[in-house]
Write a protein that binds this ligand. Structure first.
Ligand SMILES: CCCCC/C=C\C/C=C\C/C=C\C=C\C(=O)SCCNC(=O)CCNC(=O)[C@H](O)C(C)(C)COP(=O)(O)OP(=O)(O)OC[C@H]1O[C@@H](n2cnc3c(N)ncnc32)[C@H](O)[C@@H]1OP(=O)(O)O
Ligand SMILES: NC(=O)C1=CN([C@@H]2O[C@H](COP(=O)(O)OP(=O)(O)OC[C@H]3O[C@@H](n4cnc5c(N)ncnc54)[C@H](OP(=O)(O)O)[C@@H]3O)[C@@H](O)[C@H]2O)C=CC1
Length: 328
C-alpha cells in the first residue's frame, strides 16, 4: 500500500511538472530582439469597414477564431460563429457583442456532418442572409507518432479539417453562386501544409488538401464573384493548439529560437491580416497563400541558418581555413 501511495505521489509530481497550465508551466519570455517587432493590437482597418456585411467564422468561439470574430465585429460586421460547444460559443458571442455593439450569433455545428452543415447554412440564410465573409478556421490536431494513429484518429482530424472545410465551402459556395452574390472565403492552414511534418501527419495532409481546394476554387469560381485566400499561421499561443501540440511546454524555448523575430505571434495580429484579406481593400487578392510566422519557416528551411551558433572567434578560424584553401 505504501509503495502504491509513493507511486501515486511520484506520478502527481511528474504530472504537475509536465501538464500544460499557466500555474505549472512557465511560458518562455520573448527573445530580446523581439523589441524590434512589437505587436500592434488595435484594428488596422478603418471603423465601419464591414458595416452591412455578414461574416461566418467556424471555430469562432475560441483562440484565433474568436480574435478574428472580435475584430470583424469591431469593424462593423454582423458575425455568426459555429462549432460544437454551444456554451463556449454563446459566451464568446455575448462578450464580443457586448464590447462592439454589433450582433454575434452562436450556432452549434459539427463541421464533420454534411447534413448538419446544410441545416446550419439554412439557419444562417434565414437569420442574416448569405454571408459576405466565410472563414474556415475550425480544426483538430494533436501530436502523435504515426505508428500509434488509429484509423479513427486519422478520420477525426481529416474530417474536421479537410472534409469540414469542403462541406462548409461547397454548401455556401453553391448558394452564393445561385444567388449571384459575391463573397470572400478565407482558410486558416499552417506553415507545414507546405513542407509536411512528422508527428502531425493527419493535420499536415488535411491542411495541404484545404490549400488545394482553395487554390482550385479561386480559379474556378472567380467569375461568380468569389475570392479564396489562405493564411498559414506560425505559432500563436492558444489553449487549443498548445495543449495538444506542446502539452508539457518543453518545446517552446526551441520554437522561439527558430523564429527570427524572437516571439510568438499574437491573435490580434492574425485578426488584422484576416480582416484585410476579407475586406474590399483586398478585392484583387485571390488564390493567395500568406505565410504569417515571424520568419520561422525560412529559418527552419535554410540549410546554413545553424551558423548562427558560430562565435566571432570561430568565424575568424573558419575564414582563415577557407582562405588558405587553394584549388579543389
Ligand atoms: C516541436 C514542438 C512544437 C510545439 C508546437 C507548439 C505550438 C503550436 C505551433 C504551431 C501550430 C501549428 C498548427 C496547428 C494546427 C491546429 O490545428 S491547432 C488547433 C488544435 N485545436 C484542436 O484540436 C481543438 C479540437 N480538438 C478536439 O476536439 C480533439 O482534440 C480531437 C481532434 C481529438 C477531436 O475530438 P473528438 O471528436 O472528441 O475525438 P475523440 O477524442 O473521440 O478521438 C478520436 C480518435 O482520435 C484518437 N486520439 C485522440 N487524441 C489522441 C492522441 N493525443 N493521440 C493519439 N490518438 C488520439 C482517439 O483515441 C480516437 O481514436 P479511437 O476511436 O480510439 O481509435
Ligand atoms: N495557434 C496556432 O499556433 C496555430 C493555429 N493554426 C490554425 O488556426 C486555427 C485556429 O486554431 P486555434 O485557435 O489555435 O485553436 P482552437 O482549438 O482554439 O480552435 C479550433 C476551433 O475549432 C472548433 N472545432 C473543432 N472541431 C470542430 C468540429 N468538428 N466542428 C466545428 N468546430 C470544430 C473548436 O470548437 P469546438 O470545440 O466548440 O468545436 C475550436 O473553436 C485552426 O485552423 C488551426 O489549425 C495554424 C497554425 C498555428
Amino acid at each position: 500500500m505504501a509503495a502504491l501511495v509513493l507511486r501515486w505521489k511520484t506520478f502527481k509530481t511528474f504530472a504537475a511538472s509536465c501538464f500544460h497550465s499557466s500555474s505549472t508551466v512557465a511560458q518562455q519570455p520573448p527573445l530580446p530582439h523581439s523589441r524590434f517587432f512589437p505587436p500592434l493590437e488595435a484594428a488596422m482597418l478603418p471603423d465601419g469597414t464591414f458595416r452591412g456585411r455578414v461574416a461566418f467564422i467556424t471555430g469562432g468561439g475560441t483562440g484565433l477564431g474568436r480574435a478574428m470574430t472580435a475584430t470583424l465585429s469591431h469593424l462593423g460586421a454582423e458575425c455568426v460563429i459555429a462549432s460544437r460547444k454551444l456554451e463556449v460559443l454563446q459566451q464568446a458571442a455575448d462578450e464580443i457583442s457586448g464590447q462592439t455593439g454589433n450582433k454575434v450569433h452562436a450556432v452549434q455545428l459539427d463541421v464533420r456532418d454534411p447534413q448538419a452543415v446544410t441545416r446550419c447554412v439554412e439557419h444562417i440564410e434565414s437569420l442574416t442572409g448569405l454571408p459576405d465573409v466565410i472563414i474556415n478556421n475550425a480544426a483538430g490536431n494533436f501530436v502523435c507518432p504515426s505508428e500509434n494513429l488509429s484509423a479513427n484518429a486519422w478520420k477525426s482530424i481529416t474530417d474536421i479539417v479537410l472534409n469540414g472545410t469542403a462541406f462548409v465551402t461547397l454548401e455556401l459556395g453553391k448558394r452564393l453562386v445561385r444567388s449571384q452574390k459575391g463573397a470572400a472565403f478565407l482558410a486558416i492552414t499552417t506553415i507545414y501544409a507546405e513542407s509536411g511534418s512528422g508527428f502531425v501527419v493527419p493535420s499536415a495532409a488535411a491542411k495541404a488538401g484545404v490549400e488545394a481546394l482553395y487554390k482550385s476554387l479561386a480559379g474556378e469560381w472567380g467569375h461568380y464573384g468569389l475570392r479564396f485566400n489562405i493564411i498559414q499561421p506560425g505559432p500563436i499561443r492558444t489553449k487549443g493548439a498548445f495543449s495538444r501540440l506542446d502539452p508539457t511546454g518543453q518545446f517552446e524555448a526551441g520554437m522561439l529560437s527558430r523564429i527570427p523575430t524572437g516571439r510568438l505571434g499574437q491573435a490580434s495580429e492574425m485578426a488584422n491580416l484576416a480582416s484585410y484579406l476579407c475586406s474590399d481593400y483586398a478585392s484583387w487578392m485571390s488564390g493567395a497563400v500568406i505565410r504569417f510566422d515571424g520568419g520561422e519557416y525560412v529559418m527552419m528551411a535554410g540549410e546554413f541558418n545553424e551558423l548562427h551558433k558560430v562565435t566571432a572567434d570561430q568565424w575568424k578560424v573558419m575564414e582563415k581555413m577557407i582562405r588558405s584553401t587553394k584549388g579543389s
